[in-house]
Design a protein around this ligand. Structure first.
Ligand SMILES: [Zn+2]
Length: 383
């Protein structure tokens, strides 16, 4: 962006309380809303447009048509009128996060999709984000709280032309809302998701699980996480549950959508679990995997990753836990071949050479073209 344009945005943003275009009486946006370009909100939208272009060009953007169609489809069930105007960008970043820019472009990170275990949970997150947009929280927050230095920090980052994790995380940290706005987004978002038929109790269920996972991690990485800007306080959960109770009286047949959600995420799940483990926060991964296994006890894939979390954590007693979990994975009959490699390594570590040899042989038989075949053969010659 040229300096002249940058300067004019700073000037526009400095005009706190500038005249905004007309909005609906309840404060929500008309469908074709676009602020005047010379208003402070117009400047904010221009920055959001830059962010959106960077998302479109980012190597982190997940372009898979089926996954995008699924997530967008859930959004369209919530706000059919806005289906054509709101945009969703899925970014391959293994943290639980989503954010809505003021111009109607939403980013969703794959760590969030890994953790929303049914369509209703995804719908409540989307409803929350859509509400930040329709209630125009970004400009409200901006007018109330932003200093010129904050504006400059935002501009510097938003116009930096970067597109990696640090960029998105830095932007996210500058887009935070007040408690009242978060409460309003929770309430309004829950209402539109419930109006679309999604089971209101799934909202608090999701947040309880996210909270349990966060507290199980001794090494917090909350600078990248939605929970930094959306703390799962007892008050928030209680309000959500009370709200769900009153919403529930509206109808009898609520939609959860577990199968549809699982089908949409399945092609990516193993990659996302691998990325989650690569963060090295094994306690959180164990909590997450146990929650997922409670839903799908017959999944060899999930049991394999649970075993991997124990083996890679490598604390006292973890080899035995890993071996037990690998064996449970094998018993499902649908574990990935890598289950035998992991089992072999864990048994070798505990000194059971015969079992380790047997496992490595099974691995190579199941996956003759394994990329680590040379290493496994090396293990076999030393057993
Ligand atoms: Zn929020």
């Amino acid at each position: 962006m040229k300096f002249r344009a940058l300067a004019s945005i700073v000037a526009a943003l400095a005009l706190c309380g500038a005249q905004a275009a007309a909005v609906e009486p309840d404060g929500t946006l008309p469908l074709n809303y676009r602020p005047a370009p010379d208003s402070d909100e117009g400047g904010l939208w221009m920055m959001a447009d830059t962010l959106e272009k960077n998302m479109q060009a980012s190597p982190l953007l997940v372009r898979d048509p089926a996954l995008n169609a699924y997530v967008k489809g859930v959004m369209c069930k919530l706000v059919p009128d806005r289906c054509r105007t709101l945009r969703i960008y899925i970014l391959d970043i293994p943290y639980f996060n989503a954010a809505m820019a003021p111009n109607g472009s939403m980013q969703i990170w794959t760590g969030l999709l890994l953790r929303t275990r049914n369509e209703a949970q995804l719908a409540f997150v989307l409803g929350h984000e859509i509400s930040h947009y329709t209630l125009r929280h970004t400009i409200a927050e901006w007018r109330r709280a932003r200093s010129t230095s904050g504006t400059m920090a935002f501009l510097t980052i938003a116009t930096a032309g970067l597109a990696g994790l640090a960029y998105f995380a830095a932007l996210d940290s500058l887009m935070s809302f007040s408690r009242d706005e978060e409460r309003a987004a929770d309430m309004h978002g829950a209402q539109i998701a419930a109006d679309a038929g999604y089971d209101p109790t799934q909202d608090a269920t999701l947040w309880r699980e996210i909270s349990a996972e966060e507290t199980s991690r001794p090494k917090r990485d909350s600078e990248y996480s939605f929970t930094r800007t959306h703390p799962t306080t007892a008050e928030r959960l209680t309000t959500m549950e009370k709200n769900a109770e009153s919403l529930k009286t509206g109808r009898a047949n609520w939609m959860v959508g577990q199968d549809a959600c699982r089908r949409a995420m399945q092609p990516f799940r193993s990659q996302w679990l691998e990325e989650d483990l690569s963060l090295g926060n094994y306690e959180g991964s164990v909590t997450l995997l146990n929650t997922m296994i409670a839903d799908e006890p017959a999944s060899g894939e999930l049991r394999y990753y649970l075993a991997e979390a124990y083996r890679r954590r490598n604390a006292d007693g973890d080899s035995a836990k890993a071996i037990a979990a690998y064996r449970e994975a094998v018993a499902t009959g649908n574990a990935p071949p890598a289950v035998y490699r992991g089992l072999g390594i864990a048994e070798m570590k505990l000194g059971d050479k015969i079992t380790a040899r047997d496992a490595f042989e099974k691995y190579l038989a199941a996956l003759p073209d394994a990329s680590d075949r040379t290493m496994v053969e090396y293990y076999l010659t030393h057993l």
